[in-house]
Every structure is written in C-alpha cells, then in structure tokens.
Design a protein around this ligand. Sequence first.
Ligand SMILES: Cc1cc2nc3c(=O)[nH]c(=O)nc-3n(C[C@H](O)[C@H](O)[C@H](O)COP(=O)(O)OP(=O)(O)OC[C@H]3O[C@@H](n4cnc5c(N)ncnc54)[C@H](O)[C@@H]3O)c2cc1C
Length: 492
Amino acid sequence: MRRRTFCKTALGAAVAATLPGCGSGSKSPAADVGSFIPAVSGAGDEISIESAAIVELADNLQGHLYLQADAGYNAAKLVWNGMFDHKQPAMVVQCASTDDVVSAVTFARERDLLVSVKCGGHSLPGKSTSDGGMMIDLSQMHSVDVDVDAMTMRADGGSLLSHLDDAAMAHNLLTTTGIVSHTGAGGFTLGGGLGRTDRKMGLAIDNLLAATVVTASGDVVHASEDENADLFWGLRGGGGNFGVVTEFVYRLHPFNPTVYGGDLIYDIDKDFFEFYAELHDTLPDEANIEPNLAPGEDGRMAAIVGVTWCGDHAAGEKALAPMLAFAGLKSGELGPLSYHDLQTGADGFLGHGRQYYLKSGFLRELTPAAIEVIVEFANRGTVGAWFQHLGGATSRIASGATAYVHRDVAFNFGIMYFGDDPAQNDAGIAAVREFYQAMQPHMAGFYTNLHDDSEQNTWGNYGPNYPRLVGIKNKYDPGNLFRLNANIKPSA
Ligand SMILES: Cc1cc2nc3c(=O)[nH]c(=O)nc-3n(C[C@H](O)[C@H](O)[C@H](O)COP(=O)(O)OP(=O)(O)OC[C@H]3O[C@@H](n4cnc5c(N)ncnc54)[C@H](O)[C@@H]3O)c2cc1C
C-alpha cells in the first residue's frame, strides 16, 4: 500500500501514526471501532463496513476520504442549510475525477451503503448529506472550459454557478444559471435550472447538450440526443436519480454582461399585483421581473422587484417604462447593471450555515384569489416570499420533450424562512406552512429542485412523464442507490 494515500483516512492515520512522519501520533477514534465502521444501508438498516476495504478505497482515490475522526471531516461534510449541520455521514469521499466517482459508487453499491451526492450542497431539504451514509462530494471537481467557436461550455459535475457564469461571461457568452452564485450546477441543472435569462435562453436543461454519468453499476455513460437518449431525456428534470454526472456540456448564447435593470419598490397590495399580472402577459422574453416580498429599508414589508432586461438597452427602457410610470412606485430606478453583481448580490444574506426552510409551487397565472392570499400573508411579515419569472422560451418546449414537465407555468413562487437562531425554527417553519397552505390551491405542481420529502408529491408532480422516468430508473438504477433526492422509485 502506498504510504501517502494510506494517510488519507483517520483509519489509515491511526495505524500509520506509529510510523515516523505520518499521522498525528494521537489515537484516532476511528481505530477504536476495531475492524469495522458503523454505517447505514439504503433501506436505513445499521450495517458495518470493513476498515480494510475503506483503507483500500482511500488508497485508490485521487481525492480524499474522510472518516468522522479525521481533521477535515467536519468541514467536508457540511451542506448549505445549517438545519442539517448535525448530520454525520459515515464517510465523505471527496472525488477528484470520474474514476474516483466510479470507485465510490462501486464501493457503496457492493455494500448496500446509503449514498448522498453533493455538488454545491444547496438541497433545501438536506438531501446531499445523511446520517451514516457515504457522501460523494464533487466539490473539488469544478473545472470549466469554454469553446468560443462552438459556443459551448464543458463543466465538471461539481462546478458552482459562479464557475459557469465567470467562464462564459469572460467571452461575452452565457447560459442560464440561477440567482445565487454559490449554488451547485449539478443539482441546479438536473432539476431544470431557472434563472434571470431563462425566458430568453431557456432553462439550464434546454441548453444542456451532453452529460457524462457514472451509473449505479459503476459504468461511465455518455448521454446526449444521439447517445443514450433515454437517459439524456431523464437527466433534464429528473434530478440525481440516474447516476452521478461528472461532466455537463452546455450551449452558450451571445451576452452583454452589462444588462439593463435595477430594483423597484412597491407596496404589497392588490393594485400592484394586478398590474404585475397584466404586465407579465405583454413582456418580451428579454424581461425578467421578480418581486421579492421582504422588509424594505423602513422595516415595512414591500415588493422589492428585481428587474433584468437581457437585450438592447433602449428597447428595455421602452418595454419597462410602464413599471416606472405605475403610480404605486415608491422608489428605485433602472439603468445599466453589471450582471456579475446581480448574480452575486444575494450570495451574502443567503450564505452557508444559516437556518432555512422553504415551500414553493408554480403558478400558471396570478389570479385575483391568489393575489388576495399573497397580499394578506406577505404583509404579516412573519416570512418572506419571492417570484421567479417563467414563460417565454421556457414555455415553448413541449412538456414531454424533457423530464421537466411544467412548461405551461408563468411563475415559481417560494415562501421561505431564514434566520440564525435554531430556537426560532419552529415558529418560522409554522409560518411558512400556514402561508403555503393558503397558496397551495392556486399552485400547479412544484419545482423538483425545491421539493419537500413527500414521495406521493414526486409521482404526481411529473404528471404523464412519470412512467417514462420509472423506466429509465429501472434501467440505470434498479436498486435505487441514488435515493436521496426527489426520488423516482424503480418498479423492477
Ligand atoms: C440559495 C439558493 C438559491 C437557489 N436559486 C435557484 C435558482 O435561481 N434557480 C433554480 O433553478 N434553483 C435554485 N435553487 C434550487 C437549487 O437548484 C437546488 O437546491 C439544487 O439542488 C442545488 O444544487 P446543488 O448542486 O447545490 O445541491 P446539492 O445539495 O449538492 O445536490 C442536490 C441534489 O442534486 C443531486 N446532484 C447534485 N449534483 C449532482 C451531480 N453532479 N450528479 C448527480 N446528482 C447530483 C443529488 O441528488 C443531490 O441530492 C436555489 C437554492 C438555494 C439554496
């Protein structure tokens, strides 16, 4: 066994501590468990994993394997939502290559070990971690290359949205990414991928050209319209159900990184939302208008409307003039804006480690009844809410063309609690649920990437696309190794 890699695990370090220059010399807790490590199976049963096998796995990795006693474990196991800081995977396999992913997947499958996959770690319900499982951590795999002539971008499966935006914008190009730059491209893309440019450029999946996937069998499979087209269809909206994606290839679009836009502030009232509903119906694809219902500068709840126009500025000025002319405008202005600043503006207050809880759903339209609920609950000020503006290019694709089925909706509507004091969580969660319960009758399904934990919801949410997804699951993951997600259960 090679000495360098043997020291990669606490287990290895515990044994190697007796060797000069390797290990800290202190006894690793991992060594106390003897020749087995306690873990949890996919079905949730307690299992034991042979220490020797873990050492062998670590030895063969280009990346690192962390056991609970290792110095780097506590940092490596963290996910974005601080509500899941308490989770303790049995091991974190921090992969550096597709081969590492193959080794980790094979190891877990052969032992029926519970698996989670972490890219950016932003799963709201904490699906990228577990108690007692193996976390396959892709965060070290984030190289991105742009082919300017072909207008395509290749990104490793652990890339963040900032990596994608920065690489593409360096060439005045772009593909749709989301509104917080430390979100992972992995989960984001596989669930659909909504962002400020989706009405013009389509969702992230509408720009996905190919992917490389490590399936549950440990095979490395390429997926595109021409190769394994069934898998490619499923990857575009089916989440992490079919394997670990180690590489994405996206289409890029010409893009001026200085957009036209700004924040405009209005009262949260019926007049504003009626105006917004009417405006939505008339806007060209370049316009993205997203009210964020949150406390304004004076502490009162307000509709802080993020306006982005990704096109010719003069045309934007003309199309968006009604927003400035609307009598309810309280403050704010529109003008040239750095898209980079826009994409990173929420990174701080939606940062890692805070307490978050969210429920959401799509709206086909903003009906008077929905407006009534929004105005009443948002003005209570107990929790915030936001819109993501859809339609445009996202709606000009048939609902059966990709696994993502919700092509006929106009908005994604989220209700979110966030804070820093875990003692406030129960009250925050209750407020989100109450608001959501009132909104739910007006919603038309929900965004897979913001799913809650209900299996029934997952089935229903894919509508007519669900049976096809089950068929793909049966083919690529019949044992449901990849179950920590909006899970599509195999029927085989
Ligand atoms: C602050 C914040 C802002 C957001 N903004 C947007 C937005 O603007 N638009 C939008 O569409 N969504 C947005 N989302 C939702 C986001 O798309 C999902 O939370 C998504 O799952 C995050 O991806 P991740 O890789 O960071 O998550 P992770 O927690 O790392 O992964 C989530 C799940 O995705 C799967 N997965 C991740 N990477 C891979 C991979 N390479 N291969 C296979 N499976 C993988 C796994 O099943 C995993 O359980 C936001 C979420 C947050 C928390």
